[in-house]
Write a protein that binds this ligand. Structure first.
Ligand SMILES: [Zn+2]
Length: 307
């Protein structure tokens, strides 16, 4: 692999929270890397996909800009532009009532989970890996992998799903499908609020419910979550000593402990593994595994189209 155009940076200074050491920014024109990645995927016995927010943003589920203002105009008007800057920030608005909280989240779920079909970028990724032994580890909660045809038993969505709700205090290890509820809320919403009778209550403790998203210590890991975690761990055992491609898509440095660091560690531990990272602006890799890594500093959509 070409090393000449790489730039060495000091990880501990430039990348917040990344262990100290030398990192490589592979600043190679991606056209040169494409052939290499295609060959790696073709030759792979096994493919582990790690997908973060950048994957869904590249697919079209952008959380800011025109898509936000077009869909959330009345929320921006009601709650002000200080919080309502994009769909990430909006979710942290201190909604004063449950009617307001569910007014927002039912809309958010409709826009990002229930209304979008499987997006072409996810279809494309599925076409690339479907004949292979693959597994998906994702922090995305929008259900796109399932929609695009990836088999449920080969997906571990660690951080929840916009389609489910749980007890706000996690008093019992169960999550609840909220599709029907959110569709009804979407029709009944008025002035950004849902009617009081629609506000869900915990069937066990009677307290408030919340989205099934990992944002505090009360996140519920139910039976299905643990089964998926188990299948993921079994898959990891299979990758040992195999020609594995660890394909990381749109994973930033916000929560690198879930996908990025384990992928680096697995690549380091398995001499037959290669690490492929597609991330515009953050395509870094530790020097230790740089020779078995391809970091493409480009848009995921552009790359997958050409693979
Ligand atoms: Zn409860």
């Amino acid at each position: 692999m070409k090393q000449s155009q790489k730039k060495r940076i000091n990880g501990s200074r430039i990348l917040n929270g990344v262990p100290a050491g030398d990192y490589i920014f592979q600043n190679i024109p991606y056209a040169e890397q494409m052939e290499h990645v295609s060959a790696l995927i073709k030759a792979a016995d096994i493919i582990l996909i790690g997908a973060g927010a950048g994957m869904s943003a590249a697919a079209g589920l952008t959380y800011s800009g025109e898509r936000f203002t077009r869909n959330f105009g009345e929320f921006i008007e009601k709650y002000g532009t200080a919080y309502m800057t994009d769909m990430y920030a909006a979710g942290f608005y201190p909604f004063p009532t449950q009617e307001a909280k569910w007014g927002y989240w039912s809309k958010h779920s409709m826009i990002n989970r229930f209304l979008p079909p499987a997006l072409p970028l996810y279809h494309r990724l599925y076409e690339i890996v479907k004949e292979k032994e693959y597994f998906v580890l994702t922090t995305n909660v929008d259900h796109q992998f399932q929609k695009a045809g990836f088999r449920t038993e080969r997906i571990f969505a660690t951080q929840g799903d916009y389609g489910n709700i749980q007890c706000e205090k996690g008093c019992h290890p169960k999550i609840y499908d909220a599709e029907d509820l959110f569709r009804r809320m979407d029709r009944a919403r008025h002035d950004c609020l849902v009617p009081s009778y629609m506000v869900p209550k915990c069937p066990v403790c009677g307290g408030n419910m919340t989205m099934h998203l990992r944002c505090d210590q009360y996140f519920v890991e139910d039976e299905n979550w643990h089964e998926a975690a188990g299948r993921y761990n079994n898959f990891l055992k299979k990758t040992e000593q195999k020609k594995a491609v660890l394909l990381e898509l749109g994973v930033g440095f916000n929560t690198p402990g879930i996908i990025k660091y384990p992928f680096w560690q697995m690549t380091a531990a398995n001499p037959k593994a290669v690490y492929v990272c597609i991330n515009y602006g953050e395509a870094y890799v530790p020097e230790k595994i740089a020779k078995r890594s391809v970091c493409i500093n480009a848009d995921i959509g552009e790359i997958l189209k050409q693979l």
